[in-house]
Design a protein around this ligand. Sequence first.
Ligand SMILES: Nc1ncnc2c1ncn2[C@@H]1O[C@H](COP(=O)(O)OP(=O)(O)OP(=O)(O)O)[C@@H](O)[C@H]1O
Ligand SMILES: [Mg+2]
Length: 291
Amino acid sequence: MTQVVAPEKLDDPHPPTYRLASLEAIQSTLDLVASLKHKVFVVKLGGSTLEYQQAVLQDCIWLHELGVNVVVVHGGGPSITAWLDKLHIPTSFEQGLRVTDAQTLEVVRMVLCGQINQDLVTQASEMGGNVVGLCGTDNKMVQAHIANERLGLVGEIDRVDVSLLTHLIDLGYLPVIAPLGLGPDGTCLNINADLVAARLAGALNAERLIFLSDVNGIRSADGTHLSELNKAEVSSLIEDGTIYGGMIPKIMACLNALTNVARVHIANGSTPHVLLYELEDHPHVGTTITR
Ligand SMILES: Nc1ncnc2c1ncn2[C@@H]1O[C@H](COP(=O)(O)OP(=O)(O)OP(=O)(O)O)[C@@H](O)[C@H]1O
Ligand SMILES: [Mg+2]
């Protein structure tokens, strides 16, 4: 905590050490902020964390105002499931990916683009952010093909085109992206938001990729928090079932992103100011994935 020094004491020839410490803290914060200017941060907002979206958006807007090029990709799992339930459309998952038929895809598109993306954009605009809502099909940003017939209209990403994003970033906008992709025949495909975030982060050479979910990072088999994990450890945790469901595409996305992204992290979107803790690489917040 920075101490306030009374003005009459500012020219004290023997300043108390607490004042020196606080000046050092201010200097290191200023250095940190300067070092982040024009760096890209991709933040993936899990569908499960959207109830905390106001606080997360506030941090995104602050970072953006400090000169960080923030890009948000959002999921929508729980809302999509709730709407499918309301419409009595059964839903299922394989390896953390939603099996998507034509009727399910209609609901996925309506919820992701019509509801969640719009909610994030209106809320962030209200908070003063220069925000633009996009979907992966805009300007063929995310191109994909159906990889596994059993999953239906689920896309595996072939290519991402970030030219629209870089233009918007250069113009000072903060893009908020819904995870849909364009198939080879012009059809829309459902794509896991973690995989979209990772590919976009890679193409943008992001400084950081941060996945905000509803857990404090990865848990081991006995439930303890793992603050750092490498590729070999991830493989064995998937093999023994410790990592399952929606964490599988997330952790695979982390590993894929590490080729081009300096730092990849999974943290809890409900932790107040989690993105600001991220700046300081706080060891107790989330899990860092390393090569
Ligand atoms: N080893 C693990 N440690 C922590 N969480 C795990 C682990 N294995 C599986 N999970 C599950 O992964 C879930 C997070 O993935 P999930 O896909 O549900 O959310 P999300 O990706 O944040 O949201 P969305 O899919 O809507 O974008 C956690 O809620 C937890 O149940
Ligand atoms: Mg998920």
